[in-house]
Write a protein that binds this ligand. Structure first.
Ligand code: GLN
Length: 480
């Protein structure tokens, strides 16, 4: 294996580096060149950090030359969604408000990769503050889907998925509050993992809805994904919700097969509202898994269909509180014209936030207000508890749950839909955020017109290993 123009996996690159087939500098130059060549068309990057990446690559080469024992991802380039803080590198959340924000520290996950000497190629576009499912809510303009430039790559980590799919980066960090890693993974045809809540520290991830926010991983292969999670799942004492668990190797049991694995299909997710081609691709992938030795079971999780309402109520409520810090004084670009402090806040927030972010803040403020709180917020919290109980119950009889990742394949950029119609995009993904359960999207086929279709596995708490095992089996079974 030599350095090739062919799109390489993370593990191919790590192997090539370890056996000195190519250097980290060469591989970083190759990816930087590709970004320069194609990103004008794709618009995946908000900031490209080529010089920074080369410096890290040279450093990584030096440690290899010295014969040091290097971390697994040393010299493997990557990209980071632009709502994850990177020290000294602009982190905008794709918002006009934060267009000049340069964090004084690294997010915990970014720091792990920096300490590994993985070259950071740049910061990736998103829907402003992670609110959206198309990347169209970005101050920097929409990203395009590399499978078809007229389509959305999904969102909000649409650009992280697009950059991986187009071979601009071998892997990327995204974030997932209601599906933002898995839905773009499905639309772009890559693997997207949202681990158990608390597996990866949220320290340095700019909060949207703290109790649902996760950092997730986008890769070309299932193995790569497991490899990276093994590096990132480390306890962080600065995030009170980060779990303190022994270090695990998630690649370990990936190849052991799925004989006897119980895979359940919730009937609520295969009814109305799902596109025929998506449904067929997902069901034929399920059949392939059955042939490989899994047992398919039909189950019911009655509250699944309420998850979307609960998600938009709670996430907006939390957003309205989290985004209060952007006021033009502590954080955010200050408005130029104001006559007193109240007007400073008002003008800065009016100018700084985009339309969707304002909609969420208003919704969130409303559902938390006196007189409305019991009707919306409290009820939504109850839905979460019921959903958790229903999942727990389901997992007594099954190892994992299989669903489509999205109701349709990628749709046209510029599609006019009402916000609430757009929210339905997340119908299959939000329940894993409401419950904190791990979930992964894997490509399982294509539509007639060649667009990728994603299949989602939801697992038991902390059981990412079974998810990777099933996802790997699927990767072997379906031609993608
Ligand atoms: N599309 C969802 C939303 O707009 C999910 C976003 C996310 O996961 N960050 O809220």
């Amino acid at each position: 294996m030599g350095i090739s123009e062919k799109l390489m996996s993370v593990s191919d690159i790590a192997k090539g580096l370890n056996s000195k087939v190519f250097s980290a500098e060469e591989i970083t130059r190759l990816y930087s060149k590709r970004i320069r060549e194609i990103d004008d068309k794709l618009n995946a990057f908000i900031t490209v950090t080529e010089d920074n990446a080369l410096k890290t690559a040279l450093d990584s080469d030096k440690s290899r030359k010295n014969g040091d024992i290097v971390p697994k991802l040393s010299g493997v380039p990557f990209g980071v969604k632009d709502n994850i803080c990177t020290k000294g590198i602009k982190t905008t959340c794709a918002s006009a408000f934060l267009q000049d924000f340069i964090p004084p520290y690294d997010a915990f996950a970014a720091e792990i990769l920096k300490n590994s000497k993985a070259p950071l190629l740049g910061k990736l576009n998103l829907d402003e503050f992670g609110m959206g499912s198309t990347t169209e809510n970005s101050f920097y303009g929409a990203t395009k889907n590399p499978n078809d430039l007229s389509k959305t790559p999904g969102g909000s980590s649409g650009s992280s998925a697009a950059a991986v799919a187009a071979g601009e980066v071998p892997f990327a960090l995204g974030t997932d509050t209601g599906g933002s890693v898995r839905q773009p993974a499905a639309f772009c045809g890559v693997v997207g993992m949202k681990p158990t809540y608390g597996r990866i520290s949220r320290n340095g991830l700019i909060a949207f809805a703290s109790s649902f926010d996760h950092i997730g991983i986008l890769t070309r292969t299932v193995y790569d994904n497991a490899l990276i999670l093994s590096e990132l799942a480390i306890h962080d004492k600065n995030d009170a919700t980060c779990l303190n668990l022994p270090k695990e190797d998630f690649t370990e049991s990936i190849f052991t097969g799925i004989k006897g694995m119980k895979i359940s299909l919730p009937k609520e997710f295969f009814g109305e509202g799902i596109d025929g081609e998506v449904k067929n691709a997902v069901l034929s992938a399920a059949k392939a898994l059955e042939k490989a030795g899994a047992e398919l079971i039909e189950i019911s999780i009655p509250h699944l269909n309420n998850a979307i309402h609960a998600y938009y109520i709670i996430s907006s409520a939390e957003a309205s509180s989290n985004l209060a810090r952007f006021d033009g004084v502590r954080f955010g670009k200050r408005a130029e014209k104001y006559s007193d402090i109240m007007e400073l806040y008002k003008n800065s927030r009016s100018e700084g936030f985009g339309k969707e972010v304002k909609r969420r803040i208003m919704t969130g403020t409303y559902v938390l207000s006196e007189g409305q709180k019991d009707k919306y917020y409290e009820k939504a919290l109850k839905t979460c508890s019921m959903l958790r109980a229903e999942f727990e119950n389901a997992f007594e009889k099954t190892d994992i749950i299989l669903t489509p990742t999205t109701p349709t394949a990628a749709f046209d950029l510029g599609t006019k839909t009402s916000p609430t119609q757009r929210y339905l995009n997340d119908i299959f993904t939000v329940s894993a955020n409401l419950t904190g359960l791990p979930a992964i999207s894997v490509p399982c086929g294509r539509t007639q017109s060649g667009l990728p279709v994603g299949l989602q596995f939801i697992g038991k708490k902390l059981d990412e290993k079974t998810l990777y095992k099933a996802a790997f089996a699927l990767e072997q079974e379906v031609e993608f």
